[in-house]
Structure formats: C-alpha cells, structure tokens
Ligand binder design. Structure first.
Ligand code: ZN
Length: 319
C-alpha cells in the first residue's frame, strides 16, 4: 500500500486489531444475541480481514446468559483458517473449559485496583495472581497449547477506588510474569486514561515485561480512545482490542461509548501507513448489520458516517 506521508521511525509497519465486540461488547447488553448471528458476525469479520477475535467468556451461564454459547461460538471460530480465537476466563474453572475446548488463547482479567477486584471477584489482586499460577499449572498438566494472557484491568484508574498506583500495576505485572503467563496487556476499563499517562505506564511496564507486554485495551468513554492507542503504538505496541461500532458502554456511565471502534482504529492505522489488513467496505457493511442486530442500542464511531477521505482510496488501504 501507499501512504501520503513518510512513516515516523517510531511506528511499527503493522498492527493487529483484536475484535472483542463479541465479548466486551455483548456482555454489557441486556439482550442475548442468537448464536447464529454471532457466527455470521465472525464470518463477516473474518472476510473483512480480522484475524484475532475474543469470542466469549467461560463464565457460568446464569451470571452471563449473553455468553452462554461460548463453546459453540469458539468451535465455529476455530474452523476459520488463521483466525486466532481467544476467550476470557475469570478463574481456574473457566480456564479448564478453555483448555478442554482448545481455545487458541485464554485471557484472565486481573484488576490493578484492589477495590475493583474485591467488588467484582471477591478476591484481592494477589489471590487472583495465585489463581493464575494454578491456571498455568493446569495448562501444563493438560499438555495444552492454549496461550495464557493476563489483562491488567483498571490499570489507569478505577470508578470505585479512584487512583491506581502505577507501581502497583508494575508489581502485579511482574507477579503474573513470575506465575508463567505468556503475555500481558494493559486495559483502561473505565475510560480514565490520557495519552501521556499511557506513554508513562506502558514505558514502565515495558521495562519489566519487554515483548511480553503485547496488548492495549482502551475504552473511549471520554473520547481519548484513539489518542491512547496512538500513544501505545508509538512505544511499539502492536495489538489493540476494539469493538465494531464502539459497542460495550460502561456500566458506571449509562450511554457512554464502549471500546475504541474497530473501524475508526483501522482507519487511523491505515491513514498512517500501519497495515492492519482490514477491508473498509466490508467492515462498514458489517457495522450496518450490527446496527440492525442490536436495534435500539447506541452504536458509536465516526468513519461509518463520513466515509474514507478522497486521499485514501479503498484499493490502497485494503491491499
Ligand atoms: Zn473492556
């Protein structure tokens, strides 16, 4: 592909957008999206060029009926060649299912906020770290190849606790690396981060995690999602979670936007010459379907409304 401007030396040539709409997006909605619709979403997203998707969560169905069909959705996702299918697992029980169903990757959330961890899981962060050690042991005992990732949630602040100490984030990252995880990511679960804070915290965590710090997860609650992605990209981070149509919302801010919108992030990356393999026509068409599937829900993002600029032709960005 071509680009209008020379690449700043600091930007990587390519980046991965992991679609998390089927998990982070759908879990907050009241409605239960039918399994067949989820499979159509995955099929279309794959056709649009998406190669990593978090497709659900192994949590008890009574707690999250929206994601009760995760095993079935995962089985379908695994039939698509080259698609990396990950699932969220809150504990050892969920991890055992992810291992049994041979998910490519399982992601364990770990709240950097002590209060958030207690409120959500009734466990302290260090108790979750111990559970992550047990998950690693279970994976090894099973001879499983499922990748073990940890997402440090509320890493940039917390609606319950307020400030989250950056040294505490670094300490927990070191603890889960010691527990044997393959990769870590930093998540701004509630949309508190700003780009300067992102640069600072990612720089600190890169010092202890190196190339095992792989993913950035930003919510666009206060409109800084893309700016935060750019700040992480400048530090060489090459994987970003995003939701088509920016769905997901924030449980503490009704009506607020959710994750960074997949299509807007793909546009920002392409505009800067960072390859992410997305076909914009296909993405926008899928967004149209999503708006019908989720009729009555508010979708977010801007690219779908304005379209690509004339300076960026589809055949150049889709190649
Ligand atoms: Zn999230």
């Amino acid at each position: 592909m071509t680009s209008n401007t020379a690449l700043p030396a600091s930007l990587p040539p390519s980046a991965v957008i992991r679609e998390v709409g089927l998990r982070d997006g759908l879990q907050i909605l009241q409605r239960v999206v039918p399994t067949a619709t989820k499979l159509e979403w995955i099929r279309d997203a794959y056709a649009a060029g998406q190669r990593e998707m978090e497709i659900g969560s192994f949590v008890p169905a009574r707690l999250m009926p929206q994601l009760a069909d995760t095993a079935e959705v995962l089985a379908f996702a695994k039939t698509l060649p080259g698609l990396v299918a990950s699932v969220l697992v809150p504990n050892l029980k969920g991890a055992e299912r992810a291992i049994a169903e041979e998910a490519h990757s399982m992601l364990v959330p770990l709240s950097a906020s002590h209060e958030h961890s207690l409120a959500n899981l009734r466990k302290t962060p260090d108790e979750v770290v111990a559970e992550i050690g047990r998950i690693r042991a279970a994976r090894d005992a099973a001879g499983s190849r499922t990748k073990l990732e940890v997402g440090l949630s509320t890493a940039f602040g917390c609606t319950i606790q307020g400030q989250v100490d950056e040294d505490e984030v670094v300490r927990l990252v070191q603890a889960v690396l010691d527990a044997g995880v393959d990769a870590v990511g930093l998540a701004d679960t509630v949309g508190y981060a700003d780009p300067q804070q992102v640069s600072r915290l990612f720089t600190k965590v890169l010092k202890v995690a190196g190339d095992r710090l792989q993913c950035a997860h930003f919510h666009d609650t206060r409109g800084l999602g893309l700016a935060n992605c750019f700040a992480a990209l400048q530090l060489g981070i090459r994987k970003f979670d995003a939701c088509l149509g920016g769905i997901g919302g924030c449980p503490h801010a009704p009506g607020a936007s959710g994750n960074v919108a997949t299509e807007d992030l793909a546009y920002m990356l392409a505009s800067m010459g960072v390859e992410s393999g997305q076909d914009f026509g296909a993405l926008i068409a899928l967004r149209g379907k999503l708006s019908r599937w989720l009729e009555g829900e508010q979708l977010h993002g801007t690219l779908w409304r304005a379209g690509l600029p004339r300076t960026m032709k589809q055949e150049e960005v889709a190649a």
